[in-house]
Design a protein around this ligand. Structure first.
Ligand SMILES: C[S@@+](CC[C@H](N)C(=O)[O-])C[C@H]1O[C@@H](n2cnc3c(N)ncnc32)[C@H](O)[C@@H]1O
Length: 479
């Protein structure tokens, strides 16, 4: 007797679909931050749309706010003429990779049409055709199809994109646009617009000045220039879909930007700000800093060494009493700065040097505590810290600048004390120079410069990197 065996295990294709669906769910959760109507309306005011025959797309439309506002604008501008479904579909289009968000976008589009007098059946049918539940990076057009791209594309560092999608996207995204999904979207959008097209976006500001986006800026700049750029207030620009935790403002410093094809009519393209690999800082008046000397012209700026996990090369006062004093250097970190002044050091760094075996007591201490050392701090010669400081000249007073701060401020560090941990920069120079630098760092100009150029963190804080400090303009005269 023949008994048919049925294999109930999911087919390979089914497993691949399942894996992709899970990845899209993760992608959506990581990228769904929606744009509030007033910000969308302001951006739509900046573009040449609606106009007969010009097609607008939101390539990552979320729950459809850009589509709603664009449709409202189109329908209001055409009154009292009733636009046909064909006309609507050839002027507004949305893409959304997440099925749930796509359903919400369609519902929003249908509701907008009903508000403008369309019957429910027509509205539902148009919404269904207008919003595609598809992936713009893999399926989006490669040729010029649109006149306007409008939206708030997803931003997510490539390393955080689910591996299944990384694999899918890698063959569609050039290397220079692969470090963040926002870069990938910008690149793809730039190829999908006509020679007289525009890209109008609310985006995170980072791609405009990050060194890692220089290649992207240069590539975009071969076809596009900037016709509008403005900082936006992150507390009012966004709202979150229900699946995301509410209350916390998104970790992004948004701008509204309009990019315009440089092949647009010549008289217009002259108004465009050129886009090259050079960083662009939104809203900055560069003339404020013109002609001023920079910090690196008369002082050395270096980073405080990281000596590894605490308790090994950095010890407390009690442990220090058990070690020979000639190996110990008082050390300070940001928590030693109270009310703008440096407290008496409560820690000590153990100073060792390559090729010189320390005494038995130090060897014994290091061997006993080395198990605590983070993997990235381990070195071939176990008595050397991850970053050595034996050559550092500690004989002179220095200035110490916390690298995360609301404004640039320096604290005096007496000779013989070692600032530690990367969150501090050290400025070294002659005493007169230190006075000048200290005064310059306290000045309103320095505070403005940091607001203009330093990457923004949350809560009004900025990241003052060593590279940035070196380029800080100094306008305080010598004492
Ligand atoms: C930052 S939200 C913006 C939504 C909408 N444009 C707005 O401003 O309100 C980004 C949306 O892009 C979607 N998305 C992410 N990757 C996508 C892709 N490859 N293709 C289409 N949509 C994508 C996400 O699911 C998310 O809903």
């Amino acid at each position: 007797m023949y008994i048919e065996t049925i294999d109930y295990r999911p087919s390979q294709a089914c497993q691949i679909d399942q894996a992709r669906a899970e990845a899209v769910e993760l992608l959506h959760r990581a990228t769904a931050i929606y744009t509030a109507a007033p910000a969308v309306d302001q951006l739509l005011e900046k573009i040449d749309w609606p106009r007969e025959g010009r097609r607008l797309v939101d390539p990552s439309c979320g729950d459809g706010m850009f589509l709603e506002r664009a449709l409202s604008k189109l329908l209001t501008s055409s009154q009292p003429t009733r636009l046909t479904a064909t006309y609507l579909l050839s002027h507004v289009e949305g893409w959304e990779v997440h099925a749930g968000a796509c359903t919400e976008a369609r519902a929003r589009v249908a509701a907008t049409l009903c508000r403008h007098g369309y019957d429910q059946a027509t509205a539902t049918e148009v919404a269904e055709s207008m919003v595609h539940n598809r992936d713009f990076l893999t399926d989006g057009p490669q040729k010029p199809v649109y006149h306007v791209v409008a939206g708030n594309p997803p931003y997510l560092r490539w390393v955080n994109v689910p591996p299944v999608l990384q694999e899918l996207y890698s063959s569609h995204v050039p290397d220079f646009a692969a470090s963040d999904l926002l870069h990938s979207f910008l690149e793809r959008c730039s190829r999908s617009i006509h020679p007289d097209g525009q890209i109008a976006l609310v985006t995170s500001d980072r791609w405009l000045f990050n060194a890692g986006a220089a290649g992207l800026r240069a590539a975009l700049g071969t076809r596009l220039g900037i016709s509008h750029l403005e900082r936006l207030d992150s507390s009012s620009v966004f709202y979150r879909p229900k699946c995301r935790r509410s209350g916390t403002p998104p970790r992004v410093h948004p701008v509204s930007v309009v990019l315009k094809a440089t092949a647009a009519p010549p008289q217009r393209s002259q108004e465009l700000r050129v886009l090259t690999e050079q960083p662009i800082y939104p809203g900055v008046d560069e003339s404020l800093y013109e002609g001023l000397p920079t910090l690196d012209q008369f002082a050395q700026v270096r980073i405080a060494p990281w000596l590894g996990s605490s308790g090994i090369f950095v010890v407390d006062e009690e442990t220090a009493t058990t070690l020979p004093s000639e190996y110990l250097v008082p050390a300070v970190d940001t928590d030693d700065i109270v009310d703008g002044r440096l407290c008496t050091p409560r820690r000590f760094a153990i100073r060792t040097a390559p090729g010189v075996t320390p005494c038995d007591r130090v060897i014994e201490h290091l061997q006993r505590h080395m198990y605590r050392m983070a993997a990235r701090g381990r070195r071939g010669t176990f008595w050397l810290p991850p970053e050595t400081f034996h050559r550092m000249d500690l004989s002179r007073e220095t200035l110490l600048v916390p690298r995360i701060a609301t404004s640039p401020k320096a604290v005096r560090v007496p000779p013989g004390i070692l600032p530690i941990n990367h969150n501090l920069s050290i400025v070294c120079g002659e005493p007169g120079v230190l006075d000048r630098v200290e005064a310059a760092l306290r000045s309103p100009l320095a505070a403005q410069w940091v607001r203009d150029y330093a990457p923004r963190l949350e809560g009004g804080y900025f990241s003052l990197t060593t590279t940035l400090l070196r380029k800080m303009p100094i306008d305080a005269p010598f004492a």
